[in-house]
Design a protein around this ligand. Sequence first.
Ligand SMILES: [Zn+2]
Length: 286
Amino acid sequence: MPEGDTIYRTARAMGRALVGKPITAFRSNYPLLTRFHDDTPITGQTVEKVESRGKWLLIHFSGGATLATHMLMNGSWHLYPRGERWRRPARDMRILLENPDYQAVAFTVPVARIYSAQALAREKRIPPPGSDVLNEKFDAASAAARIRACAGEETGNVLLHQYVLAGVGNVFKSELCFVERINPFCLVAALTDEQIAGLIRTAQNLVAANVLEDSRNTIVTYRGPGRRTTHNARPADNLWVYGRVGEPCRRCGTAIRHRLQGPDARVTFWCPACQAMPDGKDIDGY
Ligand SMILES: [Zn+2]
């Protein structure tokens, strides 16, 4: 499952290749998309904007419609200069957008729909721009209110709700709890306003730092001494806690723990010393 920063990079690259240029060809093997195209041709329209909202990628057309795709586990958008050979077989193509310079191809994207502006605003599954930590319309105060509204849930689960804070995936979840010294199993009700504000600020900073132009396509939250820069370095070498079960905490040396969390059983990593529960005990109560 790609994290929000991966979708953001894709949206940025697609935006550069597509925005302001007329679409010269559109193909899809999704009947709903081709039916829309038959009634309201996408060919001849211009792409006005490409944006990410959490794990959704949105392409806005000049006619007012928006194509929304969700990658789930295996889907991906590829961008090819015209004439370049595709790196996946044509049978995996689900959507093709062409302009004079590029082909944008969605391969095995399992969810794709076209929305009017009104229908997009009503669609509950797609996070609004104000909830995505990378969106220019992100609003920290309303994000804090949405977190507070989940008082009875564990912090780690709440950080994964796309409607609360879009763009934070499972890796960032553990990392930002560590940076803020908050136990991911702590109930939201036990957090102070300062802790919630800190989580939001750190989510913005960590995710934004990972989409800088020169950043590599792996998540980096730890830039301490000895960090390897080779391509085959373990991803966990660049992280505070994620993927580091049993290894010493980078702050205090205590062994990092992990446990499945929440209704979707997503793995969570934390340092039991740096991230004690509010009562000072470990999550097992001792
Ligand atoms: Zn520690």
